[in-house]
Design a protein around this ligand. Structure first.
Ligand SMILES: [Fe+2]
Length: 408
């Protein structure tokens, strides 16, 4: 058992007794396996403005004779803010070759949840294993430096709980390779030395701290965005929510609610389909589960169990600007029935080169102390064929997690 278990089977998490030894605070990052990595990384960096934090080469993990058949083995950690990565793209052929368990149609390589401490990760892994959850691996990887454990949901979607992801600061440089002193293939003994102590060790070893990766904006900065000259008319300020299709909706709900500890905000019936919305914090939802049968009905790609990954932009004007930006460049942009997305009003889906959908939106309803969402009738009436130029009545349009730091 985790060390902090009490006689009642509950757990002390930062001085608060909980039913599991960790508490998910937020969706931290999300990742996709893709077939044409070069096309996709260009799409996500140039079109969405994500920055590469570090590449990672899976090639060395496969025998040399096989590498040529598999194509590029390079994957990319990308970021929209200071977290080392908020979105990752990995080469699908390599990932399937290396994976012990790979599930058809699962192109999600991680749905990643931030918990509050290293102890929550370590105790969480023990508890999850005891609950019979498959843990693909645990420890700590570089690049990114975060401590983690990877439980899988019953549909085969890799989840991750983590603590302590590397932060990238004003100079845009990632932690240099020389600072990647060691990887951990299992949970560490606690307490572990601090990040500060590790950096001190690296500095004492005279590592060139300016030798990390630094991404350069590939497009000219021509748009006035809130008084800042930017390369696109919008800024991605948050990644999520994640929407998945499940073949066993009750089984998926049980995993995310009872095992991972997300809270159900609400469920809806849409054309006979049961759709569930769960939150980690005060956002209306950070994960939504939809029945698999809905995928074809909505005309979404049959190659993936991902419905969409959300990219929030800073405001409504930017959402309108983003939609125009993508359409002008010939990218497919769709709207879908807004009833499927309670908590969000205006949103549009950008289809990436492999058919994955990215949901652009600007505001998410926040849930208060009583845990109750507002009635659907209280929301704005949405006409997707006629988006207004301005929103005249949404006092909570800027509520929720604020973006820290400059936009570019
Ligand atoms: Fe991760």
């Amino acid at each position: 058992m985790p060390e902090n278990v009490s006689a009642g089977g509950r757990f002390n998490v930062g001085g608060v007794m909980l039913d599991r030894p960790f508490k998910i605070r937020r969706l931290g990052h999300f990742g996709l396996d893709v077939e044409n990595i070069d096309t996709c990384v260009e799409f996500y960096t140039r079109m969405f403005g994500l920055k590469i934090a570090d590449p990672i080469d899976f090639g060395a993990r496969v025998p040399a004779a096989e590498r040529e058949k598999l194509g590029s083995g390079v994957g990319y950690f990308m970021r929209h803010g200071t977290d080392h990565h908020s979105f990752v793209l990995f080469p699908g052929r390599f990932r399937r070759r290396l994976a012990k368990h790979s599930v058809a149609e699962v192109t999600i390589n991680q749905i990643t949840w931030q918990v509050g401490s290293l102890r929550e990760v370590v105790d969480g892994e023990v508890w999850l294993k005891q609950a019979g959850i498959h843990i693909a691996r645990s420890g700590r990887d570089n690049p990114g430096s975060n401590w983690h454990a990877y439980p899988h949901d019953p549909e085969g979607h890799p989840n991750e709980i983590y603590y302590g992801i590397e932060q990238i600061g004003w100079d845009g440089l990632s932690k240099p390779q020389g600072m990647h002193r060691r990887d951990y293939r299992e949970a560490p003994a606690l307490p572990h030395r601090s990040e500060f102590a590790e950096v001190e060790e690296g500095l004492a070893a005279a590592i060139d701290i300016r030798s990390g990766y630094r991404f350069k904006e590939p497009l000219a900065e021509t748009y006035d965005v809130g008084g800042i000259l930017m390369a696109r008319p919008f800024k991605v300020t948050k990644v999520g929510p994640v929407r998945i299709f499940a073949s066993d909706v009750p089984g998926a709900i049980a995993y995310y609610r009872d095992t991972m500890g997300l809270r159900v905000t609400e469920e809806i019936d849409w054309n006979g389909h049961r759709c569930i919305f769960l939150r980690a914090n005060t956002e209306h939802h950070s994960l939504a589960i939809y029945p698999m049968a809905l995928r074809a009905e909505l005309g979404l790609s049959a190659h993936t169990t991902l419905f969409s990954c959300g990219f929030q932009v800073a405001d409504y004007s930017q959402l309108r600007g983003a939609v125009a930006f993508f359409k002008e460049r010939g990218v497919t942009v769709r709207t879908l029935p807004p009833e499927l997305f309670p908590g969000i009003d205006y949103s549009a889906f950008v289809i990436d080169p492999e058919g994955h959908a990215i949901q652009l939106y600007y505001a998410m309803t926040q849930i208060g102390w009583d845990g109750r969402p507002r009635a659907a009738s209280a929301g704005l009436p949405i006409d997707n064929d006629n988006w207004p130029e301005v929103i005249s009545d949404r006092p909570d349009a800027f509520d929720g997690e604020s973006y820290l730091g400059p936009w570019s």
